[in-house]
Write a protein that binds this ligand. Structure first.
Ligand SMILES: [Zn+2]
Length: 95
């Protein structure tokens, strides 16, 4: 594991690894100039239930979409577990 500088956010301000919902998704999307979002989750893929349509799917990378409804989900690289997966909300589309 290399230091990535993400730890300088402690829940203050906008966007950080402790954010919730769409803010966290956007944080992961933009983290390190977009280099994080397509990386495989270090701890292994997570099996989660879509928070938009309740379909179970596998989140392989830190940012992924539901195979059924396209709902955007993301998890912070520091603590990638199913409980920490955040949903951007219905209707959210990646830039
Ligand atoms: Zn879905």
């Amino acid at each position: 594991m290399s230091e990535c500088g993400c730890s300088n956010t402690k829940g203050t301000g906008v966007g950080g690894p402790l954010s919730k919902g769409k803010v966290l998704v956007e944080f992961v999307y933009n983290a390190h100039g977009g280099a994080v979002r397509d990386q495989l989750i270090s701890a292994g893929a997570l099996t989660i239930v879509c928070q938009g349509c309740q379909t179970q799917f596998t989140l392989k990378t830190y940012l992924g979409t539901c195979s059924n409804c396209g709902g955007v989900h993301a998890v912070a690289p520091m603590n990638p577990c199913a409980e920490n997966v955040q949903f951007a909300g219905k209707g959210f589309e990646l830039p």
